[in-house]
Design a protein around this ligand. Sequence first.
Ligand SMILES: [Zn+2]
Length: 211
Amino acid sequence: MKKLKAYEVREPDEGHSCIIFATNNATAHREGANELNVDWEGVEHCRRAAQFDTYAPGPVPSLVLIEHGWWFECHQCGRKIDEYMSCELEHEGLDPSDFTPCETGQMIFCCAACQAQFYAKRRANKAAKVALIELFEAKFPNCTIKDIHVYGAKLEPSEKGHGSKCSVSFLFPGAKYGATFEYGNSDLYVANGDVEAFREWAPTLSPLAPA
Ligand SMILES: [Zn+2]
């Protein structure tokens, strides 16, 4: 098997780059374009980055990339993380020793506090989903949940015009396409083709057209 080599692929519009491990430039070019969501011509350059060869087959840790002049945004607060972050923090009157960038998987955070906040939110989001399932199943037994969506860390009703915050899409008995329950809304959104089946299943509820 041919040895994988590191290539840096960059697109000019957003200025995003990625490191691709491949055996040749053409493959790296193609895979890099794919990862950056551009086509072949949309790649500004695809060139060898031998300094990252030791990380084959990838990924290269973000902290290593930063040492080589790359920058990222904190996954929680959006702060720019680069080799000059300490100067920037001092400039803002903050103590750089409170900010040690850390990474988990493909996510990087400017400090341990941001990382903790991110995971706390994610745990809260999971707990809210569990609560929503329990609530839904108590209210509508014998239904099959297709998908569940909770925006944010707690159950809250949607505001008009701001999209659905907490919802369950599901199949009720007799349904082909399904319906959507929105937390805080007593009516259900029902797919057009299921309105008749809905009336049979829940004669006391009024079906709304899907949003
Ligand atoms: Zn942060």
